[in-house]
Unconditional design. Sequence first.
Length: 393
Amino acid sequence: MRHLPDDERRARLARRHAIAPAARVADPETATRAMTVLHATEPATVYLSLFARVDGLLHDDVDRALYDDRSIVKQLAMRRTLFVFPRDLLPAAWGSASARVATQLRTRLAKEVERGGLADDGAAWLDAACAAVIARLADGAELSVQALREQVPELAGRVDLAVGKAYGANVSIAPRVLTQMGVEAAIVRGRNGGHWRISRPQWTLMSGWLGKEPIPLKADEGFAELVRRWLRTFGPGTAADLQWWLGGTAGAVRRALADVGAVEVRLDGPAGGWVLPDDVDPVGEVEPWAALLPVLDPTTMGWKERGFYLASEHTPYVFDTNGNAGTTAWWDGRVVGCWVQDPDGVVHLELLEDVGADARAALRAEAERLTAWLDGVKVATVYQSPAMRAARP
């Protein structure tokens, strides 16, 4: 069995994730495809993840890909998380990961409707609300959640999500219905109605957004394609990595690995890893490199078992208790710290270990590059890691 050590895994990461300077790519579409998908829970992450991977990136380049060419598309999928997908990968997600999440969320939302007193039959109410939204958007309109709430009476209600609890959580039903329709690919988050770092999506029909809407793959086919893409980006990885990333079952992962003909390899850790059958050959070393990645970047979030790029003593500082990664500073394939901005928007480093003079200089150069690109814009986040909170810019 082929042994694939940690240093080779880090070399693969540098090349395939387009984050080593020599490996950067030319456009947002190529960078997104390199990563399989981009995290989009916070809108700024998409822009910052692409900046780290695309030479000479302009904000308009991202807007063009997202909103004009629509070559990359936002879709709720694995682990109930919003991602940006390459357009051709959407049918795989719709038939597998998104469908699995949609079933779970629809059942929960119907119960919330009943508990909230909006209807005795939550499922029927939800069907009617979705139909009303589709009817309103049938003319090709792109509308915010507020506009839809005002124009579609079925979205006007509120539900209490904390029945029997000491705290209150009375919320509008509209965003929950739109999220449900989004994960089902009936509608899509279209153009953003605010600044690139703020989420104010204009909802529209998926069929209109894409022009010709592809047919979802069958579940097994969809999971297999997602696993194939993941292995090309993140391989080698363990079955536990894949199950976590997919938000699926162990059985679904086993079937997908068999369907793509994955080959098992030995890793430095106790668990075996998997690669695609044409991806067993060694890769060469990479010159030491520095990168600054944003909150929830797909490289940091790609594996569950992170020991080959993140020291165990650093994990509590880089990730919050829910498993969300803050900003990260990388040196030669390992996370060595984080970055924050001062009140003027200048990027500062917070290192968790002594990396040496060459690494500090390379990381400072990346901080200056990012500061110049942000041009005074401050990026807020709800996913501040302990290291970010401890930093004093």
